[in-house]
Each structure stands twice: as structure tokens, then as C-alpha cells.
Design a protein around this ligand. Structure first.
Ligand code: NAP
Length: 281
């Protein structure tokens, strides 16, 4: 093959990579449940909800607190002083130097033997699950093991341990009948957790997460660059900053709800996550 042709093929592959990563998200671009967020933000009621929530002295666990979303979630929860007990459940201990983290508990578990760690999930009011891996990192079987089996087993133990409100970080396009493994697994685990019948169950379905990921994922990196070159409104439909997801998670958490199940799509996450600065203590 002439050298120029080889370079051309390489460049085309680079351009197609972000599109390939975005394909599952574009494929099922259907409307999901609308979230009436703006009224909460406009009235300033959110500040009151935050204060009321704080007074309840609840306990929370976070799965995946070493990940990009989990780390930000922990930081933002601590900043707002929302819980009387915070526990991270993970496969490894994290070393924290900052004073703010000194009261954070940690449970190190073997996810392959989660049944032996039922006590680690005991007595939490709220649980957040930000666990996940990728097919390129763990292979197809490994991805299913983490994103379905570990997540579902954790949810079962949380329910058995008394957790009232379970929050699942899923993905845009999650659908148990999808032909994309990623979306199928996300949809399947969403549905199976719903069967556990938590008092309150919230699913977040963000599109591509925007963050400065420490681990280098070339396809994700290219996708972010690609999205950055698009008109803002289009990019907003297909991506969301991690901090916006986290603010949506927290704003939703403190907002009382009588719904058993809440589904926040990418648009709802943007809406609910955008009101922030005036609400911090
Ligand atoms: N990336 C995106 O654009 C995107 C878009 C929509 C939805 N999501 C979903 O959002 C969720 C969070 O994504 P993220 O990017 O914040 O996650 P992340 O940075 O990849 O972190 C994943 C977390 O899961 C843990 N984990 C991974 N493999 C594990 C294993 N084999 N055993 C135990 N723990 C394991 C990691 O622990 P260690 O630190 O110990 O590895 C880490 O705490 C995932 O479910 C993902 O599918 C992602």
C-alpha cells in the first residue's frame, strides 16, 4: 500500500472512532421521563431541602468512589455536610490527606465473594452506585461481571441491609433489549434493581461524561475532542460534565419525592445539575 494511502486510512479511522463510541448513545435517542427541575431552582427551595436533609443525620454508602464520578460525588457530599456517616465500599482502600475526609469510613470487599460482606452494606439510608468498567479494559465477560453482577449483588445486599434510597449511575440509551452489549447490560441491571423494590430508586442516564480522566482512554478522549468541536446545543445532548451529574444526584437526593422510581435522562441531569452556586453552605 502506498504510504499516503496508509496515512489516509489511519486518519479516517481516528475520525470514525469517536463516532463509533457515540453510536450506542445516538442509536436510541428517544425521549425519556421529563424532570420538573426548574421550578425547584427558581424558588430557592433547594437550599431549604439541603438544610432539612442535613438535619436527618442519614448514613450513605458509595460504590465506585475511586472513579471519576464517585470521587466528585464524595467531595461534593462532604462539602455540603449532608450525612452523619459516609462509607466507601470498594476493592481497595483510598489514602486521603485532606482533613475533610478524616471521618470517611471504608469497607474493602472482594466483589467476587460479596455474599460474605453483607455486614458492609448494613444500615444505610442511601446508597450510590458509580461502579463500572469498560469492555476494552475488562473484556466482554469482565464488563458484564462488574456492570451487571457486582452492581446487582451490591443492590441486593443494600436492600437486605435496610437501604431506603438506591441511586444508580447508568447510561443514556440503557435498554435491556438493545443489541449493544453495553446498553443491554445497563438496561438489564436497571430493571433487576427495580424488582428489589427500594422505597426510592433513582436511575441517572448521562451521555458521554466530560472529565479530565486520569486513566487514558483514547476513544473517550477523541470523543470529547469531537464533541468539543460541535455546536454547544448538539454537544450538550450527547455529553455532560461529571460535576453536573453529581450536582443532579445531590439536588435530587435532597428533594423529597413520593415516587418509587425516578429516571433522569441526560437533559434532566443538565437541568437539575445546573443550579448550584447559590445553594452551597
Ligand atoms: N465514561 C462515560 O462517558 C460514561 C457515560 C455514561 C455512563 N457511564 C457509566 O457511569 C459509571 C461511572 O463511570 P466513571 O467513568 O465515573 O467510572 P470510572 O472512573 O471508570 O470508575 C469506575 C469505578 O468502578 C470500580 N471498578 C471497576 N472495575 C472494578 C472491579 N473489577 N471490581 C471492583 N470495582 C471496580 C473502580 O474501582 P478501581 O478504582 O479500584 O478500579 C472505580 O471506582 C459507569 O457505570 C459507566 O458505565 C460512563
Amino acid at each position: 500500500m502506498p504510504q499516503g494511502t496508509g496515512l489516509g486510512v489511519g486518519a479516517a479511522a481516528l475520525l470514525l472512532l469517536p463516532l463509533a463510541l457515540l453510536l450506542p448513545y445516538l442509536y436510541l435517542d428517544r425521549p425519556e421521563e421529563e424532570w420538573p427541575s426548574s421550578s425547584i431552582m427558581e424558588t430557592g427551595t433547594l437550599q431549604k431541602f439541603l438544610e432539612d436533609f442535613r438535619m436527618q443525620n442519614k448514613a450513605v454508602f458509595i460504590l465506585g468512589a475511586t472513579g471519576e464520578t464517585g470521587q466528585v460525588l464524595l467531595r461534593e457530599i462532604l462539602k455540603r455536610n449532608l450525612f452523619s456517616k459516609i462509607t466507601l465500599i470498594g476493592r481497595r482502600k483510598i489514602e486521603f490527606e485532606e482533613e475533610a475526609y478524616k471521618n470517611v469510613h471504608q469497607e474493602v470487599v472482594d466483589f467476587e465473594k460479596l455474599d460474605e460482606y453483607a455486614s458492609s452494606f448494613q444500615d444505610y439510608d442511601v446508597g450510590f452506585c458509580c461502579l463500572g468498567t469498560t469492555r476494552s479494559k475488562a473484556g466482554a465477560d469482565g464488563f458484564v461481571r462488574v456492570d451487571r453482577d457486582y452492581v446487582l449483588k451490591s443492590a441486593e445486599l443494600a436492600k437486605a441491609g435496610g437501604c431506603k434510597h438506591f441511586n444508580l449511575l447508568s447510561s443514556k440509551g440503557a435498554d435491556k433489549s438493545s443489541s449493544f452489549l453495553y446498553l443491554q447490560v445497563k438496561g438489564e441491571v436497571e430493571a433487576k434493581i427495580e424488582e428489589l423494590n427500594f422505597d426510592r430508586y433513582t436511575i441517572f442516564r448521562p451521555a458521554v461524561l466530560l472529565c479530565d480522566r486520569k486513566e487514558f482512554r483514547p476513544a473517550e478522549w477523541l470523543t470529547r475532542k469531537f464533541l468539543g468541536s460541535l455546536p454547544t446545543s448538539w454537544a450538550k445532548d450527547h455529553s455532560v460534565p461529571v460535576i453536573t451529574v453529581v450536582r443532579a444526584m445531590i439536588n435530587n437526593l435532597v428533594t423529597p419525592s413520593d415516587k418509587k422510581m425516578e429516571l433522569l435522562d441526560n437533559q434532566a441531569i443538565h437541568n437539575l445539575g445546573k443550579a448550584e452556586d447559590s445553594t452551597q453552605p
